[in-house]
Design a protein around this ligand. Structure first.
Ligand code: GAL
Length: 422
């Protein structure tokens, strides 16, 4: 009898645990998260004052109302860990709870950054050994989003997997991890991967135990095919590649490398090609529209990475393009994929609710090029009513194909609907 009761209790726990875990993932990110991060533009040059000003700009620019709600503080907020294990922000962040309250008062959500290692990429304290304590503290500040960056944890992986057993682990990474692991037998690499997965699961459990739902953003640069196990460790989003930078080659490298990964994304869990570079100054308008369109086709998190308080009209017109945002945020929650490619010319599609299809024609050549959408090659039967999502105008019916001059490094993005007469 007692055995039976024990069994029932275990089963109950399992069902409860599963339901709880599910709530952590699915409800928080039914569509890809939208927001803003300090990292791409401000790097470590951040403060309470800056964050409040950016939150204000998020509201006054209309971005909040377009769906951008997360205000994510990336690396650079940390101070020191005291003798009781309490992690203190640095002097530029005098009161995190008050900052969280301010962010919430503007109808926005509060994101923070840490990692599984002893140190962040900049060598500031991270959560190794203090996961539960940090998660509780984040919850007490009102944090809604945690980005968890691998950084120095790679040294623990190298040491504990046996790749480099004598390594002295430092808060600041001082080994070339890729080089160390490249010389290891498969069993060691596998062990190292398992240690990494366990570390992400540990923070997942700590977040659950804190009692506050927090979006969980895995940042480990796509190691060990994270898309295959990200949801199992509670990830709502996971980086699929290394850091993006403000140029066409980088954004297209990070975006296009997600070809074939669509099946791993869906409501609650998304592939993340990194923060947007729109508005950071080094890309042309066409290149920036490529960045935004590609992210939308990929159902990627739309986390702006620019200075929201100083946006040109063109930057605003991109970040606030509601028709492209609707492609990203489509309730069907399906990531798009490459339909066909001819050298630097690629056609990508994303299925949308109601039987619509988003199509993006990307011109990788640095001069205007004629591109042709062939409906049969994107799996479309019959004719289509098409709308140009950057020109904001209806094109009319497309029979079999549609040719268009696409600007250099630019994109033409269409939404196809079934023709009304059909
Ligand atoms: C990198 C991470 C970036 C940013 C940076 C902060 O590891 O990929 O997105 O968080 O650390 O130092």
């Amino acid at each position: 009898m007692r055995k039976l009761a024990q069994l029932a209790a275990t089963a109950g726990c399992m069902v409860f645990g599963w339901t709880f875990g599910y709530a952590q993932t699915q409800d928080l990110a039914a569509t890809p998260p939208m927001g803003w991060s300090t990292w791409n533009y401000f790097h470590h040059d951040i403060s309470d004052t800056l964050i409040r000003a950016q939150a204000d700009a998020m509201v006054s620019s209309g971005m909040r109302d377009a769906g951008y709600v997360y205000i994510n503080i990336d690396g650079g907020w940390e101070g020191y860990r005291d003798a009781n294990g309490v992690l203190h922000p640095n002097k530029d962040f005098p009161d995190m709870k008050a900052l969280g309250d301010y962010i919430h008062s503007r109808g926005l959500k509060f994101g923070i950054y840490s990692g599984p290692g002893p140190g962040t990429c900049a060598g500031a304290p991270a959560s190794y050994g203090y996961e539960a304590q940090d998660a509780r503290m984040f919850a007490s500040w009102g944090v809604d989003f945690v980005k968890y960056d691998l950084c120095s944890f790679r040294e623990i992986m190298a040491k504990e997997s046996g790749a480099d057993p004598d390594l002295e682990v430092q808060p600041k990474m001082n080994i070339n991890f890729a080089q160390v692991m490249a010389q290891q037998p498969a069993a060691v690499v596998e062990k190292s991967d398992e240690i990494m997965k366990a570390a992400y699961e540990k923070m997942h459990q700590a977040i659950l135990a804190s009692g506050r739902p927090m979006m969980y953003s895995l940042c480990q640069y796509g190691y060990a095919k994270v898309w295959q196990w990200g949801p199992k460790v509670g990830g709502n989003l996971w980086r699929t590649s290394s850091d993006v930078s403000d140029n066409y080659a980088s954004v297209t490298e990070n975006g296009f490398r997600e070809a074939g990964l669509a099946r791993y994304a869906g409501p609650g869990h998304w592939n993340d090609p990194d923060i947007l570079e729109v508005g950071n100054g080094k890309m042309s308008g066409d290149e920036s529209r490529t960045n935004f369109s590609l992210w939308a086709i990929l159902a990627a998190p739309l986390i702006a990475g620019n200075d929201l308080a100083n946006m040109t009209a063109e930057t605003k017109s991109i970040l606030l393009n509601k028709e492209v945002i609707a492609v990203d945020q489509d309730p069907l929650g399906k990531q798009g994929d490459r339909a066909y490619g001819e050298g630097p010319l690629q056609v990508w599609t994303k299925p949308l609710s109601g039987g619509d299809l988003a199509v993006a024609l990307f011109n990788g050549i640095d001069s205007p090029t004629k591109m042709t959408l062939r409906l049969a090659d994107v799996g479309w039967h019959g004719s289509a009513d098409a709308r140009d999502l950057w020109a904001h105008k209806d094109i009319g019916a497309i029979g079999e194909d549609y040719s268009v001059m696409v600007p250099g490094h630019g994109v033409t993005m269409l939404r196809l609907s079934h023709a009304r007469h059909e």
